[in-house]
Design a protein. Sequence first.
Length: 202
Amino acid sequence: MVANGLHRKAVYDEFDGKGLVSSSLTMFLLYSRDLTEKGQTFEQFVKCKNDRRKRQMNDFVASFFKFQERKTTWQRETIGGITSFVTMAYIIFVNPQIMAAAGMDKGTVMLATCLAAAAGTLLMALYANAPFGLAPGMGINAFFAYTLCGAMGYTWEQGLGAVLLSGIIFVVVSVTGLRSRIISEIPMHLKKAIGIGIGMFI
């Protein structure tokens, strides 16, 4: 008991020297069994707690995203995430260039592109729990700028109104299951040709 009390006094002096005695967290640490019984210094105790929190966070993320079920690891997911970002990053610069042809401000379009990609990817990760990155698609933006606002003569404000309506229709089609039926009717060679065509366009 005496040794334990002397150790607490030493810890108190150490905390006092750091200007932390008035903190309620310090008082909790001061009387913590981990700190008093193991004879840890303040730095050792904080490092131990931080390591434990890091392990808990890693375990939570691995459990939430089902690493074990999907037979993946932190390293594989990190490499996949970086690869996906590098593959998608071109849209940040290409989309504003295309949309500028419709009269839209490049800086605003770039910001909107980044926010839309971030929001879509976060929803895909946290709600759908799927490892996919989402961003504004090529093809539709070219149709918007060069056909809708170019050849057909609509303003970009009117064009965005059409985009809003098409988005509402797409949500309805997706919720009712009609989208899945339409996709299943598209021949596989045509699906591959669409992907190849977009790649060649880029």
